[in-house]
Design a protein around this ligand. Structure first.
Ligand SMILES: [Zn+2]
Length: 67
């Protein structure tokens, strides 16, 4: 099992109503989804936060940084 999860939920994330964790059977699928998810948030959120994907063991964490 591979989890894709948010490191923390910023205000934009909370307002979006997205779920903060997604689970996949396969790592390639998890990585693809994590990358697309981070891109979507970078495109649609406030642009003050920057999202990127980091691997931690079998999990993919979406880090949140201030631009
Ligand atoms: Zn934001």
């Amino acid at each position: 099992m591979f989890n894709v999860r948010m490191e923390k939920e910023c205000g934009c994330f909370k307002r979006s109503g997205m779920t903060s964790i997604k689970t996949f059977d396969n790592k390639d699928e998890a990585l693809l989804e994590a990358t697309e998810w981070a891109e979507e948030m970078n495109d649609t959120f406030c642009h003050k936060h920057n999202f990127n994907v980091v691997e931690e063991g079998s999990d993919l964490i979406i880090k949140v940084e201030m631009n």
